[in-house]
Design a protein around this ligand. Structure first.
Ligand code: BTN
Length: 246
């Protein structure tokens, strides 16, 4: 992964560019990156503020995988980022399904956009944004209580080319298993060991619905298992953990 790599000083969104170019035949493993994004996209249709100093990039994956393995793409990406950050001395945690936190605050988000053909994912663009080398004061006021940057949280800057190379190496390793049907299940234990969500009281937003309960586990498919007040357990394939208490 990472060959070819397209760098630009500025793009609206590396995911948008990668999806457009994918439709024109961009090869598997290509990476589209930008020093600054002017229209960065987050999950749930939100904007993603992407100033100078961050790491904003998208990886095009053309290894076909079964549609039911689609959630694996983001879960495995979060593990790749976790491993690469650990190598650089950053001690992070994963918040289900794919946020990376340092000291309880978000430093990295992942937005995977797929194009499926029947029961198969034809290609996917995995967009990864890391708030790396800029002060947390540059993040929007409204998210400052739950987001930070590596520079502010750890007190040092990331060697960005090295971290990018490490993420791509790990991602390559993890994605190879997908074609053979060996996806998240094979790394579930490692992933869980870094996950901060389990054992907590959570509120999970799924579209407009809010599910409240205790996060008890993540299954082989990567779904979050939430124990409801009535004792039933609900399996959540996707969603966003809005609040996790103690
Ligand atoms: C989230 O909401 O947590 C996901 C954020 C994903 C941001 C990255 S930055 C690189 C890529 N390009 C985008 O426009 N978004 C993703």
């Amino acid at each position: 992964l990472g060959r070819p790599l397209f760098w630009a000083a500025e793009r609206a969104s590396t995911n948008v560019t990668a999806l457009e170019w994918a439709a024109q035949g961009l090869p598997h493993g290509s990476v589209v990156t930008a020093a600054v994004q002017t229209g960065g996209k987050g999950r749930r249709e939100r904007a993603w503020v992407s100033p100078q100093g961050g790491m904003w990039f998208s990886v095009l994956v053309r290894q076909p995988c079964a549609l039911h393995h689609a959630p694996d793409l983001t879960l495995l990406a979060s593990l790749a980022v976790w491993r690469a950050l650990a190598e650089s001395g950053v001690s992070a945690e994963i918040k289900w399904p794919n946020d990376i936190l340092v000291a309880g605050q978000k430093v990295c988000g992942i937005l995977a956009q797929m194009r499926a053909d029947g029961e198969w994912v034809d290609h996917a663009v995995i967009g990864i944004g890391i708030n790396a080398n800029f002060p947390a004061e540059q993040l929007p006021e409204e998210i400052r209580h739950r987001a930070t940057t590596i520079l502010s949280a750890c007190g040092f800057a990331l060697e960005r080319p090295r971290v990018l190379a490490a993420i791509l190496t790990e991602l390559d390793r993890l994605y190879r298993g997908l074609a053979t049907g060996e996806g998240f299940a094979s790394v579930r234990r490692e992933w869980l060991a870094h996950c901060q969500t389990i054992g907590r009281d959570v509120e999970v937003a799924i579209g407009n619905e809010i599910v409240r309960g205790k996060a008890v586990d993540v299954d082989d498919q990567g779904s979050l298992l939430v124990e409801l007040a009535d004792g039933n357990v609900r399996q959540l394939h996707s969603g966003e953990v809005l609040f996790s208490g103690s």
